[in-house]
Design a protein around this ligand. Structure first.
Ligand code: GDP
Length: 333
């Protein structure tokens, strides 16, 4: 793409053209070496932007009701005058090509709403690549006028921590009756939650939810307070019936307002940019390393030695990096 074409695309995105936004995100999802400069130019054409957009992370195991909740919460936010984008971070899609989070048809009402933009998970690439793509897509959505971005992720593996570092508030979705182990509730996940939402509190489940709320509140008291000084509140809702959704939206928006006034919001945004820089450096280095023809060949030789136990992986890595520093062959396209 020429510079002019990139600028035109960025202008269309900023005008809220959904087709252009989808094309722009597709361009950013590319890992092609010859598009790195285009990707940079596109991002730079929409940055900096005013920090009117808010990023909410939504984490929960499959079946906890993330998509049902996002559908309901998204509509609630739209009712409050916002435009809502939904992005999914799905590590499974990078490994198997399959997806835990599924596709956008799960959010039926939101997917067809004029004020919403729902993007299924990026596929392919390493986990770091998923983080990069999600961040970049998020910034494009904000540039297109979606001032509430909901980032959905399954709370397993490492990805929830990456998501914590790209959002302004994190919502952990839980169920009553499912054991902690089943919910993948490790300390780290609880610690990265700003709000805990117990979903499916309807019908016969309602009373059990009240009990679980008490237990969770107690457990949360034992964790350190979040950087903004708060401890997560436990809210009850039924995403299916729509109860508790208005209260959730209200709680989220009030928390953000509070964070804005006490400086916690700005601090967290700075951490997001800083983390993005670290991620970009790591991505760029490993990409260059992987594309270096001399390294590619030497790596296979070392691999043979390492697997036979003749050379330690640490030594092989150090020697490969020394070779890389000396300047390998030009990158293979
Ligand atoms: P996800 O995998 O986390 O995205 O979960 P889904 O939103 O797909 O929901 C999983 C299942 O739980 C679906 O059958 C939903 O209809 C159901 N579900 C979601 N929210 C609620 C709720 O509030 N109450 C009840 N009873 N079922 C719900």
């Amino acid at each position: 793409m020429t510079n002019g074409a990139i600028k035109a695309l960025a202008d269309q995105v900023r005008n809220g053209d959904r087709g252009a936004l989808a094309r722009a995100i597709t361009l950013l999802e590319s890992d092609a070496a010859d598009q790195v400069l285009e990707r940079q130019a596109l991002l730079e054409a929409v940055l900096p932007q005013p920090e009117t957009g808010i990023r909410y992370g939504i984490t929960g195991i499959p079946g906890s009701g993330k998509s049902t909740l996002i559908d309901a919460l998204g509509l609630q936010l739209i009712g409050l005058g916002h435009r809502v984008a939904v992005l999914a971070v799905d590590p499974s899609s990078t490994r198997s090509g399959g997806s835990i989070l599924g596709d956008k048809t799960r959010m039926n009402r939101l997917a067809v709403h004029d004020a919403a933009f729902v993007r299924p998970s990026p596929t392919g690439g390493a986990l770091g690549g998923v983080a990069r793509r999600t961040r970049e897509a998020m910034v494009l959505c904000e540039a297109a006028g979606y001032d509430r971005v909901l980032i959905e992720t399954v709370g397993v593996g490492q990805n929830e921590l990456a998501v914590e570092r790209m959002t302004d508030l994190n919502i952990l979705l839980m169920l009553t009756g499912a054991g902690d182990e089943l919910q993948g509730i490790k300390r780290g996940i609880m610690e990265s939650a700003d709000v805990v939402v117990l979903n499916k509190c309807d019908g016969e489940n309602r009373r059990a939810c009240e009990r679980t709320r008490g237990d969770l509140q107690h457990a949360l008291q034992l964790l350190p307070a979040r950087a903004n000084g708060r401890r997560p509140e436990v809210l009850l809702c039924s995403a299916m019936e729509g109860t508790g959704i208005a209260e959730l939206a209200d709680h989220l928006e009030r928390s953000i307002a509070q964070d804005r006034s006490n400086g916690a919001f700005a601090e967290r945004r700075q951490a997001q940019w800083s983390d993005w820089l670290d991620g970009a450096i790591a991505d760029a280095l490993s990409t260059e390393f992987a594309r270096d023809a001399r390294i590619l060949q030497a790596k296979e030789e070392y691999r043979a030695q390492v697997t036979k136990g003749h050379v330690s992986p640490a030594r092989a890595a150090a020697e490969l990096i020394a070779l890389f520093r000396k300047g390998g062959a030009p990158p293979r396209e």
